[in-house]
Ligand binder design. Sequence first.
Ligand code: F6R
Length: 607
Amino acid sequence: MCGIVGYIGSQEAAPILLKGLKKLEYRGYDSAGIAVHHNGIQVVKTKGRLAELEHKVQEMGGVSGFSGIGHTRWATHGAPSDINSHPHSSTNGRISVVHNGIIENYIQLKAELEEKGCRFVSETDTEVVAQLFDYYYHGDMVETLIQVIHRVRGSYALGIICSEKPDEVLAVRKDSPLLVGISKDGNYIASDIPAVLEHTKDYYLLEDNEIVVLKKDGVTILDMNKQEIKKDVYHVTWDFSAAEKGGYDHFMMKEMMEQPKAMRDSINPRITDGLVQLDEIQYTDEDIRKINRIHMIACGSAWHAGMVGKYVIEECARIPVEVDLASEFRYRNPILHPDDICIIISQSGETADTLAALREAKRQGIRVLAIVNAVGSSIARESDDVLYTWAGPEIAVATTKGYSTQVALMYLLALKFGQAKGTLSDEEVKKLVTELYTVPEKMESLLQMTKEMEELANMQAKATDVFVIGRGIDYAVALEGSLKLKEISYIHSEAYAAGELKHGTISLIEEGTPVIAIATQDSLYEKLVSNVKEVKARGAYVIALAKEGNTEIAEVADHVIYIPTVDDKFTASLDVIPLQLFSYYAAIARGCDVDMPRNLAKSVTVE
Ligand code: F6R
């Protein structure tokens, strides 16, 4: 949801900013722009993808200067256009600003500034920050920023430069991600680590309203009383190649292929003597036994991982689990018992609704456990306990390894809770853990099905509607498979609990309508076969997913994809692979941009 980057140092700023933006393009690609200190401030910006900005800069013969800020936009206020692109400047050109977030009171501030004679040119909320900053500015950047912070409401990660201070880049964040990169050759701000990982592995993580003054040879971080804050350096262990395509055509394909490794990384270190051991969290067995109810809260695919969690935790630990969309939970006045816990799931750790739901749970005194991928993200920092998914950087907008590792954590929690409550004996846990260890290898064998899935996707690429059905955990995976398909291939798709289809939706099935039927739960297999017969009778083209050996389904389905046998609790990790591959190849066949689907951005930092 918009990416920002900033640099000051001994190198030319523009190439560093443009490269940084390339790495942040997954956060929004409606427009891009940079502002560089050069005899004042030189701003170059344009509607469209970063390539268009690069072209514009090239045509100008480059932009010279050693400090500046850059932005890649996911439009919220004002359509994608040149004029609405960031950076935004004050009328006199003295101040330039890049922003990720939403200034909620911008209409009032704009009216107030217009009365004072300011002329606004864009429809954005951000321009108000540039104008307000300029209005308050009397030579002290930090003092001015404090005044601005007192006036604006909403969320922001801001990078600000002033033509009168060519040796400074100023930054601040509140409820939007921003970190500071430090190195010998200069200092950086960025929405996310990959933007500047090429230059440094050392970072400062920021709390809300900590003010950052970047200079060529140092970084000062101040609180709102201008007192200096000393920070620990966070050192990133993964290297630059982790955020590169590594020979694949798309990040999504690379990340799909990384799933088995990511699963191992998130599962193996948490197993000791065949039992689950979660040393990172402060839950005693007594704490677990006291849990009254779990509220699983997330958005999108992370919510789907939570749905898998509901089935496996209820089954293994007999603890009731409610799965809530964060955007609903935060506003519906949820009923929470003091012995309830919230499990917040988020790859980015910055999703605005999920963060707000976390805060609502904490406000009500509920203990919050976060399942997060991005280390040091807001959700990780604000939760009582964190379990990291260790998937590494995920760049493609459509999540794959992020989702799979969230599901892995659901398994571990289910086993751990079952272990602590005694609903699973140690022997049963050990047996399940042995089975779980086989999952990554089985994922690897499914990932070799690229040819088969490509052919199938090519056959169905002209479909207008696809239904994905399943029962139990298979239904939870259907939700994820259906989302993957629609978000990257733009084929309309709906997921249904297979038993629910005949309560209305079956009327949409016509001759040739593709139905993907997931039939990988042993206890529900026969029920699914009946559901397949029902849709076949209405003319559907059925692609079924079944466990190896369950061949009867081939008699009713048009095409069967067999997954290796595995305990029913872990099928989600295998079923999702062919569904991801199918979506990927359907998107390619339809000429879609797999890594950057239209209208989307990876990290949704606005509500
Ligand atoms: C879909 C997808 C989204 C995210 C959702 C939550 O492929 O990636 O649905 O799952 O926006 O994002 P996080 O997990 O970062 O909170």
